[in-house]
Design a protein around this ligand. Sequence first.
Ligand SMILES: Cc1ncc(COP(=O)(O)O)c(C=O)c1O
Length: 391
Amino acid sequence: MPISKTIAKQLENASWIRRMFEEGIRLKRERGADAICDFSLGNPDVEPPPAVLDALRRVVAGNKPGSHGYMPNPGYAEVREVVARKLRKETGLDFSAEDVFMTVGSAGACNVILKSILDPGDEVIVLMPCFSEYQFYIANHAGSMVPVETDDTFLPDVERIRAAITTRTRAIILNTPNNPTGRVYPESVLRDLQQMLARTGQPIVVISDEPYKSFVYDGKRQPEVASFIANTAICNSWSKSLGLPGERIGYLALSPQLGDTTALRRACAFSNRILGFINAPAIWQWVMLEAAEAAIDAAPYEHKRNVLCDALQAIGYEVRRPEGSFYIFLKTPTPDDIAFTKLLADEGILAVPGVGFGRSGYIRLSLTIPLERIEKSISGFQRAFLSSSRL
Ligand SMILES: Cc1ncc(COP(=O)(O)O)c(C=O)c1O
């Protein structure tokens, strides 16, 4: 049965992560799962905190009448109020329940806002390297992705962003802490970006995709994007912060500084419905009524970051220590990241080549792998480093 040409082409573009996934299955079958150190997937390796599981048990045991039915498309009013309260505290802005839309993860939130603002051919600026799904989210709504390179340290280059803005620009996607680079955008960059955007006078929405917000290391915090940039639409979820990406619960929040959002609110509620989500999962909304502010402990990830970065540095790799998220974007000792990924696979180490995120010469390593696997992988990283000089 034929499939759409668009999907066939997108499958081809998405092939790096898929190929690594398939390579992982093949290697595990061939050598046994214990022999493989899989750094390829960003799937949290810790269980949700007891407070969340307790809340889930209470919701299920309570079995409140009507709690499994359809609801308003943006979600339960009392849950939206809990999220608004959390946002008021974090950002200092006057979020109300009406600004919040419960969504199917941050991915759902990104799709809802893009669907609500894009007409065919409208442009969305994406900072490179980036989470590889953004290209597909934008294409889902007939938008056109405009890639803009970040600077040498993976921070947004405000001048390059300004130069990429046209009359068709409707949005910029910011993702901090960043997947794949681990960078945490500082206040100064957010301030500069706001000043530049204000000068354009265009109603450009800054989509702030924040699922890694609670993963910031060295005692630092992620500055609140919405506190610095007026036209922010926050996309967030509890996938990473509570270790439940399979449950699909998150939210979209429209900043009170966006001006009159009457039409945009109606559009977001409608988009949530017609994208086929209808609404975010009911049970998980009720759980968030109690557990919205819980978070898993980020300290084990910081420890794994330190162990791996120190070991890689000692071998001779050029390491940029991530400040947040749970990825290391590692410069490969040879510019050919695909060849280097193959060398690592021969050592039983699975990584994703940087080309999959739009930047060759790097690989992405996910820290959602047990510490003992990281320790086990070090000799393989060393052998691959030495062999790379023969590539
Ligand atoms: C940058 C980024 N945005 C969004 C998502 C999707 O997350 P969610 O499970 O909240 O939909 C991911 C998942 O890995 C991600 O890395």
